[in-house]
Design a protein around this ligand. Structure first.
Ligand SMILES: [Zn+2]
Length: 223
């Protein structure tokens, strides 16, 4: 069965045969992501700067390089980007929001989906997203922190559940099916377990679930 993966990274190598969103996190791994996408038509590359790797001295300049990668890959998305209040020793909210806004503006201008990371800043993230109602986005590492119906009004914002939350059966049923995505993040080996557990919680066949996630990912992918 082809299990789609809504959020993974080039290392450890994103394996599998289903549709995969492979996210870069800084200019240091963008070429690696590009290579995977060139080799495998099921890989949708994403290029962006993760808040953990935001370099205060370089990120503004790196945005020009980001635009070059997006131009080179017309089917690429923007990300991983986002907001993080959990991690110590990274730039503060002000700079993180500046960088996120630049990513969102570029995605809106070039009509690309965005892969978003968030830790304890869901309210701020939702507030910023509301300014881009037509943007296609995937919120990865979904924890159920917001009410999808009222806090995230766009139909095109997918909520992706990963291995960290897979012991909570209620999380799978709390996401409307047309928004649901599943991801391995840094653990490609757990994807089959994640699908098995999610399918049980949703009382459906695994292959039907894989079909729903594939449709959702395809819907937000660049044409
Ligand atoms: Zn990630």
């Amino acid at each position: 069965m082809n299990l789609p993966d809504a959020h993974t990274h080039p290392a450890p190598a994103a394996s599998g045969t289903g549709l995969r969103f492979v996210c870069g996190t800084s200019p240091a791994d963008w070429e690696q992501v590009a290579l995977l996408a060139e080799r495998d038509g099921n890989v949708t590359p994403f290029f962006g700067i993760h808040p953990w790797f935001l370099d205060p001295a370089a990120w503004r300049r790196d945005m020009r390089l980001l635009e070059e990668f997006l131009t080179r890959f017309p089917k690429a998305g923007v990300g991983e980007t986002g907001l993080d209040k959990c991690r110590r020793g990274i730039p503060g909210m002000k700079m993180q929001k500046d960088a996120l806004r630049r990513h969102l503006d570029m995605a809106a201008r070039m009509n690309r989906p965005v892969a978003l990371h968030c830790c304890r800043a869901w309210g701020s993230l939702a507030e910023m997203l509301r300014e881009y109602p037509r943007l296609k986005a995937i919120l990865h590492g979904w924890t159920g922190a917001l009410n999808p119906a009222s806090d995230l009004p766009s139909e095109d914002w997918l909520l992706s559940i990963g291995p960290r939350e897979m012991e909570r059966a209620d999380i799978f049923t709390s996401v409307p099916l047309h928004r649901l995505a599943l991801e391995s993040d840094e653990h490609p080996e757990v994807l089959p377990d994640l699908y098995r557990i999610a399918a049980q919680a949703l009382r459906m066949e695994e292959c039907r679930l894989a079909g729903i996630v594939t449709d959702n990912l395809s819907r937000i992918s660049p044409p």
